[in-house]
Design a protein around this ligand. Structure first.
Ligand SMILES: Cc1cc2nc3c(=O)[nH]c(=O)nc-3n(C[C@H](O)[C@H](O)[C@H](O)COP(=O)(O)O)c2cc1C
Length: 188
């Protein structure tokens, strides 16, 4: 399948079958991730692959805690209905860990170092697209306290995202996108 079709067909999945994901598929995804661009080629990422039920349960518990905290803070009713049970059935989770020490020339610019995060985001997107080529579904997940996940996974740097990966339990409908006319203009 061509890349543009892969891009258009990728959707966030929040319901998975428990079929395991092979190490080969996980490694294909991470190989795609590490081919992302990064500032000064700093490659500020590392990855922790979690398939162990005990650790998945802990991540589920943290996500639940975080969801309830956000519900209380925001009052957003949809959060109360956001079902996190898929964190128990998803066969694999890949934590994407970024190292703030590995940024680029942005270190000297207004706003300080941030490009390490942007590079990790590019790596995440590569992973999602690679999974799509393998017939796997994904979710870019961030509903957790970074400090808590850091301790849980025993890492030094910052867990920016946890990518959920597995076979979708049901097809996922596309969310509507703004039209090109709403988001772009030419200067020419
Ligand atoms: C930085 C980032 C953080 C996200 N965090 C979450 C999350 O914690 N939980 C979740 O269900 N979806 C999360 N998403 C997925 C978005 O909700 C999703 O991409 C968006 O609704 C568009 O749907 P689509 O991915 O199917 O096109 C996140 C996406 C991004 C880019």
């Amino acid at each position: 399948m061509d890349l543009l079709t892969i891009i258009k067909e990728r959707r966030s999945c929040r319901s998975y079958l428990s079929d395991p994901v092979s190490d080969a598929d996980i490694e294909t995804m991470i190989s795609a991730a590490i081919n992302a661009p990064s500032p000064l080629d700093s490659q500020p990422w590392s990855f922790v692959v979690v398939t162990q039920n005990e650790t998945k349960e802990k991540i589920y518990a943290e996500a639940l805690r975080c969801r309830n905290f956000l519900l209380e803070k925001s009052g957003w009713k949809w959060l109360g209905k956001y079902d996190l049970e898929f964190l128990k059935s998803v066969p694999a989770m890949i934590a994407v860990v970024g190292d703030p020490k590995k940024s680029g020339a942005d270190v000297f610019m207004e706003g300080g170092p941030g490009a390490w995060r942007e590079a990790c985001a590019a790596a995440v997107q590569n992973m999602l697209l690679a999974a799509q080529t393998l017939g796997l579904s994904t979710l870019w997940f961030t509903m957790f306290d970074k400090g808590i996940i850091k301790g849980m996974l025993g890492i030094e740097a910052i867990p920016l995202a946890i990518v959920m990966v597995g076979k979708a339990a049901a097809p996922v409908a596309a969310t509507p996108r703004k039209g090109l006319g709403d988001v772009m203009r030419y200067i020419r």
